[in-house]
Design a protein around this ligand. Structure first.
Ligand code: NAD
Ligand code: TDX
Length: 353
């Protein structure tokens, strides 16, 4: 198939593109604006493939989207382009509304136009797959899980913008018959993760001997999924999922943030001990909480498991060790980001008045 991947130079998009080119015969066009989070270095291992192509453009640019659809003639649009960081959405929500809501609207309009012009097999095969987050469901207490039926209750500018985009996608499916698929996934981690996010930020700051900032008391819970397992789930959904359906994707690996940070410190103590013999855990610092910090996310992934036979293959313990080793072996990938774009400073603290 021919797969147009928006946001294909980002963390999850690049994992999907590497998977599609490394396993199978698919052709891929990456459509990416290359914001601060986009990185062609994350695609270096596959960019020489004759089945890979790239266009630098904005999903808000209708003419650019129309041109890419007309020229590449995709069977699938896998839509991952987004502003993705909650803390940045607190500091500056504008780009989140623009890309996540308006950009998704532009993409839907152009995809509908393109799909309407197809016929026969090509029209029957086409899918618009929207990649979203479990954060649209709000926050859980100590118990319970998000299912595909859970009511939306987004609580940050980021999650509200993703909820808006999910609603638009379903509306285009329901009203115009566009063959849409939606997936809502839990927290991803793994190689090529931008250092603003908890896990890479902690690994990098630990190695640099800097304080490890844990928001609040560290008791907030996330459900962690290794990014390559997410990419495999996305492929299963756009290849075999039922049109109009939503699938929740999760790692079945709930951890308190403080447990994640301590796990990273423990592995680093073993594989790259500090010269002074002190544990990296000594660097842990509790800092002011994130405004509106959602307490717990946890996914019930039984639908994708029973309907499409997908389940996570990497445990949290395996995945976090693999991730740490990747950051140790690929310092040039993240040092370039630290030098030019983002140096792991605190983001997303509201200053009133
Ligand atoms: P990311 O921030 O690493 O990458 C986003 C990519 O989109 C970048 O390459 C960026 O250049 C591109 N982009 C941003 N604005 C664009 C625009 N206007 N036009 C074209 N390209 C643009 O994000 P990620 O973590 O890889 O997340 C990918 C998708 O998955 C997002 O939609 C996100 O909401 C969703 N998601 C992420 C997670 C997670 O844990 N990271 C979990 C569930 C869902
Ligand atoms: O320095 C930090 N210290 C800290 O305690 C950072 C950056 C985060 N945290 C906490 C906040 C969260 O409870 O760690 C947890 C994870 O934070 P993030 O890495 O910012 O992820 P989160 O806000 O949970 O959102 C992520 O998962 C869902 C992605 O960024 C989203 O794009 C995705 O939709």
């Amino acid at each position: 198939m021919r797969i147009l991947v928006t946001g294909g130079a980002g963390f999850i998009g690049s994992a999907l593109v590497r998977r599609l080119l490394d396993h199978g015969e698919h052709e891929v066009l990456v459509f990416d604006k290359l914001t601060y989070a986009g990185n062609l270095n994350s695609l270096a291992s596959v960019s020489d493939s004759p089945r890979f192509s790239f266009v630098q453009a904005d999903i808000c640019d209708a003419a650019a989207v129309q041109g890419a659809l007309a020229e590449f003639r995709p069977d699938v649009v896998a839509h991952l382009a987004a502003e993705s960081h909650v803390d940045r959405s607190i500091d500056g929500p504008d780009a989140f509304i623009e890309t996540n809501i308006v950009g998704t609207f532009v993409l839907l309009n152009q995809a509908l136009r393109y799909w309407s012009g197809l016929s026969g097999e090509d029209k029957a095969r086409f899918r618009f797959h929207h990649i979203s987050t479990d954060e649209v469901f709000g926050a859980l207490g100590e118990d319970g899980y998000f299912t595909e039926e859970t009511a939306y209750d987004p609580r940050s500018p980021y999650s509200a913008s993703k909820a808006g985009s999910d609603h638009l996608v379903r509306a285009w499916g329901h009203t115009y018959g566009l063959p849409v698929l939606v997936t809502n996934c839990s927290n991803n981690y793994g190689p090529y993760h931008f250092p603003e996010k908890l896990i890479p930020l902690i690994i990098i700051r630990a190695l640099k001997g800097e304080p490890l900032p844990v928001y609040g008391d560290g008791s907030n819970v996330r459900d962690w999924l290794y990014v390559e397992d997410h990419a495999r789930a996305l492929q299963a959904v756009f290849e075999r999922g039922s049109v109009g359906e939503t699938y929740n994707i999760g790692g079945g690996a709930e951890r308190k943030n403080i447990e994640v940070v301590r796990a990273i410190c423990g592995i680093l103590d073993r594989v790259q001990p500090r010269a002074d013999g002190v544990s990296y855990a000594d660097q842990i610092t509790f800092v002011t909480d994130r405004p509106g910090h959602d307490y717990r996310y946890a996914i019930d992934a039984s639908k994708i498991q029973s309907n499409l036979g997908w389940s996570p293959s990497v445990t949290f313990e395996e995945g976090i060790e693999r991730t740490i080793r990747w950051y140790l072996e690929n310092k040039s990938w993240w040092q370039e980001i630290l030098d030019g774009r983002y140096a792991t400073q605190r983001l997303g603290v509201v200053r009133n008045g």
